[in-house]
Design a protein around this ligand. Sequence first.
Ligand code: FPP
Length: 239
Amino acid sequence: MTKMEKIEPNHVAIIMDGNGRWAQQRGKPRLFGHHAGVKRVREIVECCPDYGVKYLTIFAFSTENWKRTQAEVAGLMRLFRRYIEREARALLEDGVRVRFIGDRIKLDEKLVALMDNLELLTAGNDKVHLTIALNYGGRDEVTRAAKRLAYEVEQGRLSHNDVDAETLSGFLDTHVLPDPDLVIRTSGEARISNFLLWQSAYAEYEFTPILWPDFCADDFGEIVSSYGSRERRFGAVIA
Ligand code: FPP
């Protein structure tokens, strides 16, 4: 790739932050902001093909989000169930393949069944690959992968000499996905918050002050377009 070549990111990952503040600014409960956030999820998924984005990964609920009030956690879980129930048909018809990453063990059975069904239902799609991170944490994911890897060694199916970055990647939740090229965080916070730690080793980051419920397709398009003029070196020197 030469310096001037314009390219679109194949995989964009988003930390959707600012729902709570957006609601508070309107004197409404935090869940009001999360509901508004769902509409933006729909809009951003729909616009991905316009910007050449094939893979979109969104951070919906982190392993740390259980520390929120019981009412907010329950409201978010209800919202995820409703999202799947209401959007499944449209996602299928729009050619979106949905996957979930994160540890399902702590999620309620009904939600997990809906997640499994949606993955199966959309498995034949290839227009946009939407990955929803739910009860996801980067350290937790790497820890679970290391545990499974250790088990394979213990069982004699792998030697410790087989363990390299590629082998470990194969045990991550994201093993079928390419690494993200661009990670966007909304709401003005410049933190990674345990999102795709391993996978983002060479990603570009973009932090925007816009709160997630205000983040529209045009904002996404602007960031994706500016990515095209960045120079990525992957540690190498480009003449
Ligand atoms: C962070 O904002 C947002 C979340 C923890 C939830 C993200 C969920 C959605 C956008 C709902 C839609 C998702 C799907 C998959 C349907 P915050 O609450 O931390 O905001 P704050 O920093 O202003 O308090």
